[in-house]
Structure formats: C-alpha cells, structure tokens
Design a binder for this molecule. Structure first.
Ligand SMILES: *Cc1c(COP(=O)(O)O)cnc(C)c1O
Length: 382
C-alpha cells in the first residue's frame, strides 16, 4: 500500500486528537499482554488516573478496550442492577447516545432533556427525580462534546446525595483537564477515554469507580464482555485483561499519561486548553463569526460556531479546503443544525489555533464568502 498523505494531519477535533511526537514511537514495537513491563505500565496508569480523580484509597480504575462508548455501555450494564432504573440527562448528541444504549439494552430508564445551549437547572433535575420514585441511578455527560457545553455535575452530585441516587458520569471529554473530585462528589462510576484530554491514541477507555459500589455489582451485567466487575477482578488479580488487550494503545496511553504528569497534570492542561479556546474564539469573532454558546457555559474542549450567513458558504467545501492542507475539523455530530465545530484539545497550542483561523479565512475568501456572521434566522431560532 502506498501512503497517499502528502503532509502530517493536524486534528482540530475533540478526539481522536493529534498526538505528541514522543507517543508514536512507543507504539512501534510489539508486546504480549503478560510481559512484566506491560503489567507495570497498566498498574502505573491505573494508579495515576485514580489519583487524578482524587479517588485514592476509595476507588479503582478499570481499563476497558474499545472507544469510550463501549465503556459507557459497560457502566450502565454493570452499575444499574436488574431492578434498578436510570434517569438519563441529555442536552446533546452524547447524552442521546446514553438514551439509545438504555433502549437497546431494555434498561428501565427515564429521560430528562434540556436545551443544548444552557446548563440544566437544579429545579429541572429535582422535578425529574420527584416524578419517579423508582429511579436508583442518574447518568449525565460532563462536557457535551456536540456543543462544548459544560454540565454542572457538582449540582447533580448534591441532589444525588440528598435523594440517595447513584451518580454515573460520562466524563469522556473533560477528564484530564477539568477538575473532578470523585470521592467528594460521591460519583459511583466515571468514564474517560485515552484519546481526548489524556491525549493518547484511540482504542482504550477507562472506568474509575467507587470500589465499594463495584463490589455490589457482581452478576449485574448480563453480558460477558461488558462486565466491569469481572474485568476489574481480572486486572486486579493478574494484571491482564480477560481477553486480548489493545497492547499498542496501552503503551501509547501510558506514554501520554507520563506527558500529562510532566506538563503539570490536569490544571496545566486546562490552562493550555483555555488559551487555545480563547485564541480560537477571539480570532473567529474578529472575522465576524458568532459562537453557539455564551463563554460562561463553554468548556475549552471544542468551540461551536454558527455557519456564515452568506450564499457562497458551503461547509463541505470549507472542510475539503482545510483537509487539503492537513487541517481536519469536525465533520458532524452536532447539537444544533447550522453550526460547525473546532476542537481545542490534543497536541495543539495557541499558534495552532491562530494558524487554523488564518486557513479558515483564506478558504472562505477563496469561496467568495464576505459575511462571516450568523443570519438572524439562526440566532432567532435559539
Ligand atoms: C468522545 C465522547 C464519547 C465517546 O465517543 P466514542 O465515539 O466512543 O469515542 C462519549 N461521550 C462524550 C462526551 C465524548 O466526547
């Protein structure tokens, strides 16, 4: 096969992300799962992630093969007992995936939907919880990647403590950058991916959970491969997955976590992402673009912009024009039609963001676009 790429791609998307140049080389060699250095890398990675979640001495970190969707599904299967009922919150595409999972696995569930452009309120959650006394667990997305909206897990964690519900969190787009104190918030289980704010390669997800809660989950899963209780036991006892692990991804994830620590942990990463988003949004606004979200509600993971209100604008042509220069923006999965998204995470800096906006300006000028602002129809629809 011939490599048809003329250049190195730069991914401006919220996962998988552009890797640091030090990560790719560690994935070039082949390793078996049982080698001592593989077992040690997995052990060190689990310990570091448990520390990042502030869950030392209370929680455990379970590696799980596949993308984070697989781990979200495993969390629902494992943590919600057969006589349980899940309240699922959604205000975007990733919340909607959680609802789809519940439907497919015939998990008794109740849906709380709120608008995609603002965080849900405490009153909305209280009302949903009061409507159905059978609810045992609540699941929500921390950063809704289809818009970039930051959801208030702290507020929901308070309600879950008051009403004695188990809280499950999809922290796939936030963990590794935004602070999450699992023990303080009493989150039963949280899902993250190696390929978002951890900045590792795809193929491996992680579930961090309250060990005491996990111990009550034996036999819940009604699935072999999605049973986290079983996976945790195997990894704890043998240092190995039950089935073939993504060995190259594990080595890449371990290298990515070492880089994460060297950068200064989650706080340093969050600072870099804030700088990236501010540069991106300021430069885009200077061109005339408008953001879907108010800055106060936006997490620095991905930014959503309204399409320009100009007859010459064509998203497909903009995407292709950028891709021909190796700049890959998000092609789909939107919270709101008539918008597009640009990611701020991965091995990107403030310069990467201003270069990207320069490329967008040039591609749109070549297309004949003059007006970058959103039309009154788009803004009015919100
Ligand atoms: C990326 C992401 C997921 C997982 O998506 P995959 O396609 O399985 O990687 C889940 N939730 C959120 C919020 C995400 O950003």
């Amino acid at each position: 096969m011939r490599n048809t790429l003329q250049h190195q791609n730069r991914l401006l998307i919220p996962g998988p992300v552009s890797l640091s140049d030090v990560i790719r080389p560690v994935m070039l060699d082949d390793h078996s799962a049982g080698e001592p250095e593989m077992i040690e890398a997995l052990r060190a990675a689990r310990r570091y992630l448990t520390e990042l979640a502030r869950a030392e001495g209370w929680g455990t970190t379970i590696p799980f093969p596949g993308s984070a969707t697989y781990a979200n599904e495993a969390v629902i299967r494992t943590f919600v007992p057969n006589d349980g009922r899940l309240l699922v919150h959604s205000n975007g595409a990733y919340g909607d995936w959680l609802i789809t999972m519940c439907r497919r696995m015939e998990m008794p569930h109740v849906v709380l939907r709120t608008p995609p452009t603002r965080p849900p309120t405490s009153a909305e959650f209280r009302k949903a919880l009061a409507l159905d006394s059978q609810i045992t667990h609540v699941m929500m997305v921390h950063v809704e990647t289809s818009s970039g909206l930051l959801n208030p897990i702290e507020m929901v964690a308070d309600l879950c403590s008051t009403y004695h519900k188990g809280l499950l969190v999809d922290a796939v787009a936030s963990f590794g950058a935004l602070p999450i104190d699992m023990k303080e918030l009493n989150i039963q289980a949280l899902v993250l991916s190696s390929n978002k704010c951890i900045e590792g390669p795809p193929g491996l997800a992680w579930v961090i959970c309250d060990r005491a809660a996990l111990e009550c989950c034996e036999g819940n899963a009604r699935s072999l491969s999605l049973d986290l209780w079983d996976q945790d036991r195997s990894v704890d006892r043998t240092g190995c997955f039950r089935f073939t692990p993504p060995t190259h991804s594990i080595r890449g994830a371990y290298a990515a976590l070492e880089l994460h620590r060297a950068e200064g942990g989650s706080a340093a990463r969050l600072r870099r992402y804030h700088v990236n988003r501010r540069r991106l949004v300021n430069d885009m606004r200077n061109l005339g673009f408008q953001t879907l979200l108010a800055d106060a509600h936006a997490a620095p993971i991905v930014a959503t912009f309204y399409d320009p209100n100009d007859e010459h604008y064509d998203f497909g042509r903009m995407y292709d024009g950028l891709a021909s220069q190796g700049l890959i923006i998000v092609p789909g999965r939107l919270a709101v039609p008539g918008t597009f998204r640009i990611g701020c995470i991965g091995a990107l800096t403030e310069d990467s963001m201003s270069n990207a906006v320069g490329a967008i300006r040039d591609v749109l000028h070549d297309m004949g676009v003059q007006r970058f602002g959103a039309g009154p129809a788009a803004l009015g629809a919100m």
